[in-house]
Design a protein around this ligand. Sequence first.
Ligand code: SAM
Length: 272
Amino acid sequence: MSDYQHRARKRFGQNFLHDAGVIHRILRAIHPKPDEHLVEIGPGQGALTGGLLDSGARLDVIELDLDLIPILQARFATRERWALHQGDALKFDFGRLADRPASLRVVGNLPYNISTPLIFHLLEHAALIRDMHFMLQKEVVERLAAEPGGGDWGRLSIMVQYHCRVEHLFNVGPGAFNPAPKVDSAIVRLVPHAELPHPARDPRLLERVVREAFNQRRKTLRNTLKGLLDAGAIEAAGVDGGLRPEQLDLPAFVRLADQLATLQPETSAHGR
Ligand code: SAM
């Protein structure tokens, strides 16, 4: 290993895992096997990377911080079946790694400042991904795994659950990291559906309806969706316009989006 001491950088969201028990628990949850293809986002100094490589799986890692590249190269110099990509995971084309559908297993103790846009970026490649295991801010995991009716249910829950089954696996306290973050963390498993349980005619319209609805989550749907759907159209979708957005489940949002598609035939398209 190099003598170089890397100082954690806040702007890269660097909180390095140092608790061996937590690292093992994460690796056990992922349970990588030799014939699999893993992708690790933000390997940092390699806390998870070594265990992932021990499985014998093929591994691609994507790290933004230039200073960490020589550290990773030195630490894993003797390992085979791994490739290091220096760059921004938000701009990374995951399609170039996959040779068949549902083949990539994506993992990472993610920089918390980019976790939501990164999940949305990965969902664009959902068909290529078998599963994802992420360390995230606990509050974000609670929103991902939320059910309708509560304060955590919103755009993130709906758009991620549209594509994936979500499992909140376990929580991790700040002491497992160096430096310790100010928030609690949690491990989440996201498994893209082989077939969407509630496909929308046009997923972009679902995105639009959900964003509009939750712009003002305290108002009724009749009010928040005024610019998109009138009271009659909401009713035609089988939805009570007097409800608030957080009271609606995913199938109801899909019905609203499909109703909007009937009013905007030129934008409707099939697809994920
Ligand atoms: N996996 C390591 C661990 O558990 O100790 C590091 C986790 S640290 C929370 C997040 C890592 O993601 C850092 O190494 C950081 O440099 C890297 N990172 C930050 N932004 C990134 C981006 N846009 N693309 C790829 N890696 C990024």
